[in-house]
Design a protein around this ligand. Structure first.
Ligand code: ADP
Ligand code: ASP
Ligand code: MG
Length: 446
């Protein structure tokens, strides 16, 4: 595979861990007077929802190209497409083969890369579409939530240096057995950051349907405030507890590879000008550090309770070992000790994984010896996140009080250094988020 002269264009997830700049050293072509910056632009589903939106995206890309920048674009499937594809797989079989799921759900992005390449060519921009396997974006074999292992950046760098815009399918890669893989829902953000690291981009601009990262989802709390900058660590926690404005693994990779990520709107600015978005930056770049930076919610989890589990050593391994082997991630866990030598074990799994979790646990039921399995998908996890929590006591107490005042029952609690999460009935989601947003003084004035 041809590569740009003088440097290794490959991105290796392990080998590059810990390096502190996305671009270094500067490539020979960087000295050219015409090259301003190398940018990865990512557009999510609503930004490419129809042909008009795709034309709008093409216009935005052209502006960056006309300004002398080298540009690679990563796109998602048209809004709603991936949900439909996922539903078809689930309707046919809740326990479908994950390899075939990937074959189906990866198709949405193939459509948008072709359409955007055509839209760009139509307005005179040299563009070419790329599927994950064509680059290739190599992943592990965890179908449905594969990890990116290696990206060959050479060809992309070469094409960009020639003035061509690679239009890359987000969300997908190719596994060790040469089968198509997908990177988990929202995975186009990860594709964009990984490509940015692979081509040593100056910036990775994530265009979406809001104009930045807010103190909470602005669709739930109209008084949410836009944050000019968020620390990597906070964004990582916020994303991992449901702030889907950025996918968790994309933030993790950006933090590791020091990719400069900016979130901005593909909807709001006028031609020729870009409104400032939100930057994800190092902690020490943030001047004012509030106690709680943001509130997030997730309706993507389901609660599983195993009743009357024998209370003896090795039981937790018997429950969680098979789940992990089946690629089911477990999040919050609580165990209540009964007086009769048994315990009730409650934990949460991804809603999409619930059928698989039930199946796995039924198979090991005799071995574990629990009396009953009760599952509840009608739950929501509400979390507060802030680096300021590290050094202040009493932050969680404010949370519990605010929820109690609204009569919201807390089912499970979990904490980490800069986060506290509670599980509540899903009907309380909006109420809980708004109450916490106010309780921590995050509401915008007016
Ligand atoms: P895309 O399709 O562009 O990837 P997503 O729907 O995945 O867009 O993410 C953008 C959405 O994230 C917004 O429409 C908003 O509702 C939601 N969101 C959740 N939490 C936040 C937050 N803290 N700041 C901004 N947006 C948020
Ligand atoms: N299309 C995929 C999804 O809906 C990936 C993405 O949009 O980031 O999850
Ligand atoms: Mg997204």
């Amino acid at each position: 595979m041809p590569v740009a002269a003088g440097r290794d264009p490959r991105y290796l997830s392990h080998a590059l861990a810990g390096r502190n700049r996305a671009r270094s050293p500067d490539p020979p072509e960087a000295t050219s007077k015409t090259r301003m910056a190398r940018i990865v632009m990512k557009f999510g589903g609503t930004s490419v929802a129809d042909l008009d939106r795709i034309r709008n995206v093409a216009g935005r890309v052209k502006r960056e190209v006309d300004a002398g920048n080298q540009v690679a674009v990563v796109v998602s499937a048209m809004a709603g497409t991936t949900n439909q594809l996922v539903k078809w797989c689930q309707d046919l079989s809740p326990l479908h083969d994950a390899r075939e799921y990937d074959t189906v759900v990866a198709t949405g992005e193939q459509v948008t890369i072709g359409l955007l390449a055509i839209a760009l060519q139509t307005i005179g921009v040299d563009a070419r579409s790329w599927q994950g396997w064509q680059i290739p974006i190599r992943t592990d074999d965890a179908h449905g939530k594969a990890r990116v292992e290696e990206i060959e950046g050479g060809v992309l760098i070469e094409r960009m240096a020639m003035g061509q815009v690679p239009v890359i399918a987000g969300f997908q890669g190719i596994g060790p057995d040469n089968r198509v893989t997908t990177l988990g829902r929202g995975g186009s953000d990860l594709s964009a950051v990984a490509i940015a690291a692979a081509v040593k981009a100056d910036r990775c601009d994530i265009y979406t349907d809001v104009d930045g990262i807010y103190t909470t989802d602005p669709r739930i709390v109209p008084r949410a405030r836009k944050l000019p900058a968020v620390a990597y660590e906070e964004m990582l926690e916020l994303a991992s507890v449901g702030a889907k404005v950025l996918q968790t693994r994309s933030v993790e990779l950006a933090m590791k590879q020091r990719v400069r990520v900016q979130v901005l709107s593909s909807f709001e600015d006028k031609p020729g000008e870009s409104l400032p978005g939100s930057l994800v930056v190092d902690e020490d770049e943030i001047v004012e550090q509030p106690l709680v930076t943001g509130v997030a919610y997730s309706r993507d989890e389901a609660k599983v309770t195993l009743r009357r589990v024998p209370d003896k050593p090795g039981i937790a391994a018997l429950v969680f070992g098979p789940l992990s082997a089946a690629n089911v991630n477990v999040d919050m866990i609580v165990q209540n000790l009964g007086a009769d030598g048994t315990t009730d074990m409650t934990f949460t799994v991804g809603k999409a994984d619930l059928p698989r979790a039930r199946d796995v646990l039924e198979k090991v039921r005799a071995e574990i010896g629990f009396e009953a399995m009760v599952t509840d998908p009608e739950v929501a996890k509400i979390s507060i996140v802030g680096i300021g929590m590290r050094s202040h006591a009493g932050v969680a107490a404010t949370m519990f009080k605010a929820l109690a005042e609204k009569g919201i029952n807390i089912q499970v609690i979990s904490t980490s250094e800069i986060k506290t999460s509670v599980l509540v009935g899903s009907e309380y989601t909006e109420l809980a988020v708004r109450a916490l947003h106010s309780a921590y003084g995050l509401d915008a004035e007016g």
